[in-house]
Write a protein that binds this ligand. Structure first.
Ligand code: DQA
Length: 143
């Protein structure tokens, strides 16, 4: 099984950005976690991070025919991006949305998720462990 983990803007700043909200784990720690889960579960997992909406759309489009599942944290684009929603719908790859923080307990503008309208599950408020949970969900359902 081949999965793709996509992270949106400022996720590369994990560990530095607002540690009271996003925790002390760095983006490197997240990549180590993903690699460990891939090895433990016998999965191939690629990862991509960008601060640019179009690059995320391009990456989702390029996943068509190559990946069995997508784990996506669109970060701030969660709350604005119909383009990312439409790209997920276009490729029709099973997807799980992850948020490191508990967006439900935050500002009103974080309560809408456009990509979440496509994703079959959303994991929020679990820190970087949410990515592990999303990967395991896709493995259990689709492998
Ligand atoms: C986030 C939550 C978003 O509201 C925020 O813009 C992010 C990160 C999270 O992982 O908790 O950048 O997606």
């Amino acid at each position: 099984m081949k999965l793709l983990v996509i992270n949106g803007p400022n996720i590369n700043m994990l560990g530095i950005r607002e540690p009271g909200i996003y925790g002390k784990n760095t983006y490197h720690d997240l990549l180590v976690l993903i690699e460990r889960v891939a090895a433990d579960e016998g999965l191939t997992i690629d990862h991509f991070q960008s601060n640019h909406e179009g690059a995320i759309v391009d990456t989702i489009q390029a996943a068509y025919g190559s990946y069995d599942g997508i784990v996506i944290n669109p970060a701030a684009y969660t709350h604005t991006s119909v383009a990312i929603l439409d790209a997920l719908k276009a490729v029709s790859i099973p997807a799980v949305e992850v948020h490191i923080s508990d967006v439900d307990a935050r500002e009103a503008f974080r309560q809408i998720s456009y990509p979440g309208l496509y994703c079959e599950k959303t994991i929020k408020g679990q820190g970087i462990d949410g990515y592990r949970q999303a990967i395991l969900y896709l493995k259990e359902k689709y492998a």
